[in-house]
Design a protein. Structure first.
Length: 291
């Protein structure tokens, strides 16, 4: 069995991704792909991780976990999402590093399904919008300084984290996407996570872009696609990009940032560094970058 798991990052549309997959459970099941509801695994997987830690789970333990997660007899691929598996939001910058707990938490996760092939799906996001969004998950419970700790914002690199993930789980395939691309790659992302080819019709390819466009634009886009069938994925993405440029809802396209000591100069630096970092990620060995 192949276990495809979305492991984060926070605020990269992981919940929406699972809703998109759950929308297609019937069609995916026809191909041996099972997408269970999160309630079936959000507790048991972290519990077993803490028990096995550095040792592979026994065959019986693995069978018990899978029996609780899915009752399907014909399952060649299991698709799950647990974006808190590395840490809860308050631990994102533990010790001043980005997701430092991944170094030991992900090997624990690998040990839970030791006898099965695994792949991780990981979303990255411009730190200029990721940090405010992740801090907002804390509500008003903590101060910003407690959340960010002593992290050096000018030296945050997703590529370093991804390199570390590959190092600690070298036998796990890693698929990475950029949150900013999700409006136009959404359909492809769902397929990549589910492991199905383009010939299998799936619903929900427009779900993400529809949240950013004016209603008129969504209606026109659907009508256009009915009469102008894209020949390939690239053409489909270009069509989506063109409609988004024309019908974007300004209110949905802007992030309100209000954090201590943040200014336009910092936001510009973070954005420029992030764009350079994406190029590095795309070329990392063992990484499939869904662009």
């Amino acid at each position: 069995m192949i276990i495809s798991m979305h492991i984060g990052a926070h605020c990269t549309a992981g919940g929406a991704l699972m809703r998109g997959l759950l929308k297609n459970t019937g069609r995916l099941a026809e191909h041996g792909i099972v997408v269970p509801g999160p309630a079936r695994y959000r507790t048991i997987i972290p519990d077993v991780m803490k028990k096995v830690k550095g040792a592979p789970a026994s065959t019986d333990t693995q069978a018990m976990i899978l029996d609780q997660i899915t009752e399907a007899e014909n399952c060649s691929r299991l698709v799950i999402s647990l974006e808190d598996v590395i840490c809860m939001p308050q631990g994102i910058f533990a010790d001043g590093k980005l997701y430092a707990k991944a170094e030991f938490r992900l090997p624990w996760l690998r040990n839970v399904f030791a006898d099965h092939q695994m792949e991780f799906v990981f979303g990255v996001r411009n730190p200029a919008s990721f940090i405010p969004a992740a801090f907002a998950l804390e509500g008003e419970k903590r101060r910003y300084s407690d959340f960010i700790q002593n992290a050096d914002l000018d030296h945050l690199r997703w590529s370093r984290l991804i390199t570390m993930i590959r190092a600690v789980c070298p036998d796990v395939a890693l698929k990475v996407y950029a949150f900013e691309d999700t409006p136009v790659i959404w359909g492809r992302l769902i397929r990549e996570v589910a492991g199905v080819k383009g010939s299998v019709p799936l619903a929900g390819a427009l779900d993400m872009i529809a949240t950013l466009m004016k209603p008129e634009g969504v209606t026109r886009l659907r009508a256009y696609l009915e009469t102008h069938k894209p020949k390939n994925e690239l053409q489909f993405q270009r069509i989506l990009g063109a409609f988004l440029d024309k019908y974007a809802d300004p209110a949905m396209m802007e992030d309100e940032i209000d954090l201590p000591d943040w200014d336009d100069a910092l936001i510009e630096r973070l954005t420029a560094t992030y764009e350079d970092d994406l190029y590095l990620i795309e070329g990392l060995p063992g990484v499939t970058f869904i662009s």
